[in-house]
Design a protein around this ligand. Structure first.
Ligand SMILES: Cc1cc2nc3c(=O)[nH]c(=O)nc-3n(C[C@H](O)[C@H](O)[C@H](O)COP(=O)(O)OP(=O)(O)OC[C@H]3O[C@@H](n4cnc5c(N)ncnc54)[C@H](O)[C@@H]3O)c2cc1C
Length: 236
């Protein structure tokens, strides 16, 4: 996040932390924001990005005794079954640690389809989940985070700054890089990237994590040079 903030600051974006807005008033073509302690700021646009929560009201779930948290959503077991037998839940409405994003909702619904057609009776087994923040530049991550890994002796973390990568510098990216996390067997288990192509970098590394691709197998992958994939594969 610090990298993205530094990049945005370089491009003239100003951050006002710990600021509450109590009113937005149209003044001609502009909008005047006001807040406590005489705070005012005039701007062209206002974008409200304060997050979202599950809609749990007016569903009459209490009548059937369904367990849920009003903000986090419905509680399920490892087969996505609620506390009411035969009632299952999937997607963003779940009270879960996994990111609430489209591919995860699809994965859960596919799992339920397999469960209901008796193709499986196993518990749901989430793979490493890649996700991004669509900032400029992007932040994307998958698996064990670099921050988590640095606090554990189970992992090693390697950081690569793209300022030393001549191919990436074609795009004049100043604040960009990738961190890769390995377990004790030097198996890739996580990666985080900041940069304009962070999404493609992390999608590619997700394949390696899920397939448990070894360093020796990666060495056999001959990609087009120069390319983004060639660049990040050399880090594994
Ligand atoms: C602004 C925004 C941007 C997003 N961008 C991304 C992104 O870039 N990438 C990404 O992966 N994810 C993104 N997401 C998240 C993504 O939309 C959700 O993770 C995904 O839609 C979850 O799917 P779902 O089926 O669980 O829920 P939903 O897609 O919300 O579907 C729930 C459905 O249930 C219906 N419904 C609600 N109540 C009732 C009722 N009582 N009876 C019948 N039907 C009902 C709703 O109308 C809705 O159609 C974004 C979300 C938002 C809000």
């Amino acid at each position: 996040m610090d990298t993205v903030i530094a990049d945005l600051r370089d491009r003239g974006v100003k951050f006002h932390y710990q600021t509450s807005i109590t009113a937005a008033t149209k003044r001609g073509d502009a909008i005047e924001l006001t807040g406590p302690d005489g705070y005012t700021h005039t701007t062209d646009y206002v974008v409200d990005a304060t997050g979202r929560t599950a809609v749990t009201t007016d569903m009459n779930w209490d009548q059937i005794g369904l367990e849920y948290d009003p903000v986090a959503g419905i509680t399920v077991d490892d087969h996505l079954e609620t506390n009411v037998p035969g009632v299952y839940a999937t997607g963003d409405i779940l009270n879960k640690p996994q990111p609430k994003i489209t591919p995860v909702a699809i994965f859960e619904s596919q799992y339920l389809a397999h469960l209901f057609t008796k193709e499986t009776s196993d518990a749901i087994d989430y793979p490493a989940i890649a996700y991004t923040v669509f900032t400029s530049p992007r932040i994307a991550t998958v698996g064990v985070s670099a921050a988590e890994a640095e606090e554990s002796d189970q992992y090693t973390v390697e950081h690569f700054d793209y300022q030393n990568d001549w191919f990436r510098q074609v795009g004049n990216e100043v604040h960009a890089g990738v961190s890769v996390v390995f377990d004790r067997d030097h198996q890739l288990v996580g990666a985080t990237s900041v940069g304009n192509d962070a999404v493609e970098t992390i999608n590619g590394l997700t394949d390696l994590i899920e397939a448990k691709t070894t360093h020796e197998q990666v060495e056999r992958l001959i990609y087009i040079f120069p390319s983004i994939a060639h660049s990040y594969m050399r880090k594994v």
